[in-house]
Design a protein around this ligand. Structure first.
Ligand code: KIV
Length: 272
């Protein structure tokens, strides 16, 4: 299998499952706006996650908890307008599905109706299974999310690696199996030991997409602004930066300020 993007004209939940069966790794990045979503879609990304990390990256909140359903809908509908090929998965935000399965279904339906997204993602295992099942029954594809689940940060107390202890690892394996059996089409594993992540990926048939979960899974996801080097104060071990846009943008803005102050911009050719 070549390392380049697959030939799917449009990536669907079925195509990502086919990629796992064919041994082709799945590429996934976050996006929250039209312009960047258009670039990464045209560059060949398989899956775009409209993550609730928009709460940190776009709005400057310390956690993902404050972002609302309506704010997620605003971001997701902007992304969907940009995308021709990628599968667009939208996070159900904190508080929009934990109450009960009826509330969870109505949040998922609102996302699907008002954004045009293709699937939702939900954090949690067996404890939210009833809600996941009800959403799946309505025909809405669900991506699970286990390991470090940032919506529960106040329960964990820290963003360190999860499931290092046997008991938590066993619960994670049981949760992953339950999500597969319920009918989730894929699963994100965040910040867990690589060996455990590989074990999960090998023991379930749905694609496992990792972030800080090593190379033995079926695909990788990163926050776009992190891998582009726009967020320069965040240095987790798993993050590979492909650009240093923080420095590039700073340099560009400083150049602009300099040119405006020096009346060097606009020049004769840049005016009417
Ligand atoms: O919201 C997000 O960006 C995520 C990824 C870290 C998987 O859930």
């Amino acid at each position: 299998m070549s390392a380049s993007k697959s030939d799917f004209k449009k990536v669907t939940t079925n195509s990502v499952q086919e990629m796992k069966r064919n041994g082709e790794k799945i590429s996934m990045l976050t996006a929250y706006d039209y312009t960047l979503a258009k670039i990464i879609d045209q560059a060949g990304i398989d899956v775009i996650l409209v993550g609730d990390s928009a709460s940190n990256v776009m709005a400057g909140h310390e956690t993902t908890l404050p972002i609302t359903l309506d704010q997620m809908i605003y971001h997701a509908s902007s992304v969907v307008r940009a995308v021709d090929r990628a599968l667009v998965v939208v996070d159900l935000p904190f508080g929009s599905y934990q109450g009960n399965s009826k509330e969870a279904l109505s949040s998922a339906v609102k996302i699907m109706k008002e954004t045009g997204g293709h699937a939702v993602k939900m954090e949690g295992g067996i404890e939210i299974l009833t809600s996941i099942e009800r959403i799946l029954t309505a025909g809405i594809p669900v991506m699970g999310h286990l390991g470090l689940t940032p919506q529960s940060i106040y329960k964990f107390g820290t963003y360190t690696v999860r499931a290092k202890e046997e008991q938590e690892a066993e619960k994670l394996i049981a949760d992953a199996k339950a999500l597969e059996e319920a009918g989730c089409f894929a699963l994100v594993l965040e910040k867990i030991p690589a060996q455990l992540a590989q074990q999960v990926a090998e023991s379930i048939s749905i694609p496992v997409i990792g972030i800080g979960a090593g190379a033995g899974v079926d695909g990788q996801v990163l926050v776009l602004h992190d891998m582009l080097g726009m967020t320069h104060e965040f240095h987790p071990r798993f993050l590979r930066r492909y650009l240093n846009l923080f420095e590039d943008i700073t340099g560009a803005v400083q150049g602009y300020v300099r040119d405006v102050k020096a009346v060097d911009f606009p020049n004769d050719k840049e005016q009417y």
